[in-house]
Write a protein that binds this ligand. Sequence first.
Ligand SMILES: C[S@@+](CC[C@H](N)C(=O)[O-])C[C@H]1O[C@@H](n2cnc3c(N)ncnc32)[C@H](O)[C@@H]1O
Length: 241
Amino acid sequence: AYHREAFGFARDNVEFRLGYIEHLEQLGLEDASFDVVVSNCVVNLSPDKDAVLRQVQRLLKPGGEFYFSDVYADRRVPAKLRNDPVLYGECLGGALYWNDFQHLARRADFTDPRLVEDRPIAITDPVLAALTEGIGFHSATYRLFKLERLEPDCEDYGQAVIYHGGIVGHERHFILDKHHAIEAGRVFPVCGNTWRMLRETRFRPHFEFIGDFSRHYGIFAGCGGGLPFDAGKVEAAGCCC
Ligand SMILES: C[S@@+](CC[C@H](N)C(=O)[O-])C[C@H]1O[C@@H](n2cnc3c(N)ncnc32)[C@H](O)[C@@H]1O
């Protein structure tokens, strides 16, 4: 009722269905019927993360996205720790190694996972800290677009976009991800994948698009590999991302 009034809807448009995130097929939801799927700190608790991503891929409309926060590890969590009920409950035991997550996402046809923000997690409990010694945990938000023609890497076609503003909360800059804060009114060079993430999604009306895919100029400069998360300020562990 609060949101209905706050957003000016005449009637409720929220429906609750109870189920498991890896078994969304049991909820009677139609294929390709969602614009956005969100989740906060649940995927790490799922025993079948592959199924989660495949189900979300099925449910999203073309151009839709999975926008979610979760916990990731900087290496694979050993089986002994994965099976520890306390570490699992703290959202640490089930955390995916970030690069395994990237591969899982790509296997589920989310070809170019985009990291939006992240921060390291400090394990302040001395027992848990000793158990997990040597493993770095990070809370991170990713967005995964359902777009058929994304490429495995950021390729340069000499394209650019201009953000015209108009997205609430992003008046001066549109933050697509950690590497793209697109200033309103300014010509902003983009790779082919970013172009598609803006042009073939709900963001399209807010942008002007310069160029096309007719000429390839090689890899898009600045798209590097390695640990994607910042060392930054370490924050205490907690189950909420
Ligand atoms: C850390 S809490 C996050 C709750 C909420 N998303 C938030 O941000 O406050 C994790 C929640 O995931 C639920 N959960 C655990 N395993 C799940 C699964 N396989 N499918 C769906 N929910 C699950 C738990 O019951 C718990 O409510």
